[in-house]
Design a protein around this ligand. Sequence first.
Ligand SMILES: Nc1ncnc2c1ncn2[C@@H]1O[C@H](COP(=O)(O)OP(=O)(O)O)[C@@H](O)[C@H]1O
Ligand SMILES: [Mg+2]
Length: 335
Amino acid sequence: MHDESTVRSAIETLKDPVSGKSFKETGAVKFVSVEKDAKKVNVVVALDVVDDKTKATMTRQLAKVVKIDLGFSGLSVDYQLAKLEKSILGRHDGPMYIGIASGKGGVGKSTVAANLALALTRIGKKIGIIDADIYGSSIPTLFDLDAKAPKATEDKKMMPPTSHGVQIMSTGFFLEGDKPVMWRGPMLGKMLNHFFYDTQWDEEIDIMLIDLPPGTGDVAIDIQKLIPACKMLIVTTPHKSASRVAIKAGYAARELKHDVIGVVENMSHLEHDGERLMPFGEGGGEDVAKKLDTRVVANIPLAQPKDGHHSLFSMEEDTGVIYLGLANRLIKTLA
Ligand SMILES: Nc1ncnc2c1ncn2[C@@H]1O[C@H](COP(=O)(O)OP(=O)(O)O)[C@@H](O)[C@H]1O
Ligand SMILES: [Mg+2]
């Protein structure tokens, strides 16, 4: 069986479909491995255009080299966009990335992400949000945006809509109506690639918040691949049912070498007739913070906005002020 360097040399004679230069010249072959037992070759190829047609043509050419010329029985190809340097991920002065994670759904992860975005905007930061919660995408609704695909720029990049001063990309823009999605991990991986590589983000964005799906799934691993330096903020409620799984999500984040920068305890308490009630018990946030060697950076009360918006608090009301405090604290921590 041929070894990896032989396979690489053979593949590198193929030509880039756009420039016509050999893969050797363009450095398109990013990864080659040979599974000897399975007689299989895995490659990652970076191209300037990664549409279905190009991929199909390229895969045929690769199969000819790997299977017919070299005699392997299997081939798996992953395509990457070569224009990393043109994407937000390739910007040397690019934004700081903060993932918002939780153990389970319904703890207020998206609500916290949205209000934190607003508070950060208020203190002068330019904010983007990537809503990567494919099963429970709610960022478009929180920001009063229609769930329809965003406009494209002339060079076929997606234009993220702006709402309340925040630029937004969401899996929710690509779902038809209210139909649930059955995308699997790899599909979502691609969706994330589009959000990073093929989206015309504002150059000025200081912080990109990423609303992650609850739990410890593939998306976190994809994020790790794309943004190794992504920091994590963990959201929990005071209740054990939430904090127990939030700890797990935190451990998973740490395993992926993501720095956990703090814990937000949401639905922490309820102000009623001047009294502070604890409908979900106490201590969940502290438990999570202790286990993850970090701190509770905000306690958000159980409350509804008073100014008429369904989810976003104005910075004049109590909860808005708490979000401002959180925003300031994060900026200080991250400075
Ligand atoms: N502090 C809070 N007080 C009252 N309701 C809240 C609070 N945080 C979230 N909610 C509500 O709880 C529900 C779940 O919140 P959401 O942000 O969608 O959670 P997640 O993103 O974790 O699934 C929503 O209806 C939201 O309006
Ligand atoms: Mg959500």
